[in-house]
Design a protein around this ligand. Sequence first.
Ligand code: ATP
Length: 302
Amino acid sequence: MFQLFLPLNLLGFVYREIKASMANIERLFELLDEVPGVADDGASTLQVTQGRVEFENVHFTYPNGRKVLNGLNLVVEPGQTLALVGTSGAGKSTLTRLLWRFYDSQQGDIRIDGQSLRAVSQQSLRSELGIVPQDTVLFNDTLKNNLLYARPDATDEALQQVADMSQLSGLLEHAEQGWETLVGERGLKLSGGEKQRLAIARMLLKQPAIQLFDEATSSLDSATESSIMRAIQRVAKGKTAIIIAHRLSTIVDADQIAVMDAGCVVEQGTHTQLLQRKGAYWRLWQAQLRTEEGGSHAVTDH
Ligand code: ATP
């Protein structure tokens, strides 16, 4: 009876919270994290010593029966930046969701520095991970609090520094009350690119050991994109980073590039190695050259 009572009670609490703050979706996710969706029993604290991420023979099917990962193997070495590319629907974002532990895989294992994600508490896992998702959700709160969410004890200098690095200064200048301007439903409406920059600023502030960027610069114009990519590379230096990108020109300098197709990694290497191999990556590269030819984002061979 108690087993049933606890989740129901939590759901009641969640429902009241939702009613009290309809637009506060991120808080909702935090609350849902507390509902025991993935088991956290007897979990230990994740100890990140180097930041090695390993997927071993991972199979994953969504609750609706859609099978997405089919025996995925992937290693991201400590401190390296790995770019994940591949056709739409290959399972790239799903991989980040499993790392964040929105879901557990049905088969195989995901480890950080040798510790299986199933064996560590979600709280300790998420304190070591940072994610810039495809769609950034903002609080109905001030610009400042939206950033402080990543690191509540950050100083004003640190805030200003990350705002400069992620090119939020322009936004701050035209926001009527600067840092204290309200954003979201009841305040300043941010464009897709501005939301992405805010999410990147959060990551810069948190500086987690393992960093995930899911199409983090897709809403930005190409000039802003390249300067933000430089900022990302600076902050990711020495940290383990997985960058999901469609625009291949943004990831040519990654330490490793893994190509995904139908839920597996089919190729891995550096940009130069993969172009020489003339396989899946080379085909993606050629396809992008053709579609972007004459456009503002034309990729150039390296
Ligand atoms: P893109 O490059 O377009 O973002 P992706 O490689 O990141 O694609 P995923 O987002 O991982 O692909 O999705 C892989 C497959 O899983 C897709 O066919 C998608 O429709 C399906 N999928 C994604 N999320 C869910 C979900 N919550 N429930 C069921 N199926 C899902």
